[in-house]
Design a protein around this ligand. Sequence first.
Ligand code: ADP
Ligand code: ASP
Ligand code: MG
Length: 243
Amino acid sequence: MTEIIVQKFGGTSVGSVERIDAVAEIIKEASKSKKIIVVVSAMGGETNRLVKLAKHFDKDPDKREFDALVSTGETVSSALLAMALQSKGIKARSYSASQISMRTTDSYSKAKILDVDADKILSTIKDNTIPIITGFQGVTAGGDVTTLGRGGSDYSAAIFAKYGDAKSLEIWTDVSGMFTANPSIVKQASVIDHISYHEAMELSHFGAKVIYPPTIQPVLRKEIPIVIKNTFQPKDSGTLITK
Ligand code: ADP
Ligand code: ASP
Ligand code: MG
């Protein structure tokens, strides 16, 4: 079978219908030579808006309802991206966490992924259809919606890279890779071309938000390379993370 890659697109990358169209072009190009599994975040700013709404009636809202609400941003962006691809003649299907049994612990807002129905995704790919999966969302054994923690879509993508035995995990974001410091604060920061899993994990633990810390673990064992790429400058080589 043609090799599989996972492409994850963050909030700013899908922040408007124009951006979603640009993302669909990136996926279309990659799909000419590879099988693609896509994971998306909510449109930029949407999760913050939902968090604010959730706190309207109670500063400390019910945890189950909080996750039910803030997880919805990803449902919107995944369906929109599937529509964008379909408009370009590409077969695509959106999937929410419950549709693919993305089972997690029941620790709302910081749930850990336990298991997923990867076969459903793999058979979608076999049918030459691109699955567009909601990041950040999970579901408990009892069927309640959970979320993985802010920035957690990277972690969802890593799980699919692992289960799909992907050739690589591409994290598409708004900067051209992992920098020596946060490029939006430190002007002299430069892109790191190549970094090890352990160094990347350390940087992310110390605040390099470009990659969510739990993302590395699922791909580490299988040594699946991670590539951080800029949706706004897709030709930039980005950062390669390997053993
Ligand atoms: P996405 O919405 O694509 O997941 P994030 O906002 O989570 O994007 O992460 C990208 C942001 O991480 C960048 O815009 C940058 O401001 C910030 N950042 C912090 N530290 C670093 C770093 N060392 N390298 C790159 N980006 C960093
Ligand atoms: N939409 C979620 C957030 O804003 C998850 C993510 O972007 O990775 O935190
Ligand atoms: Mg992020």
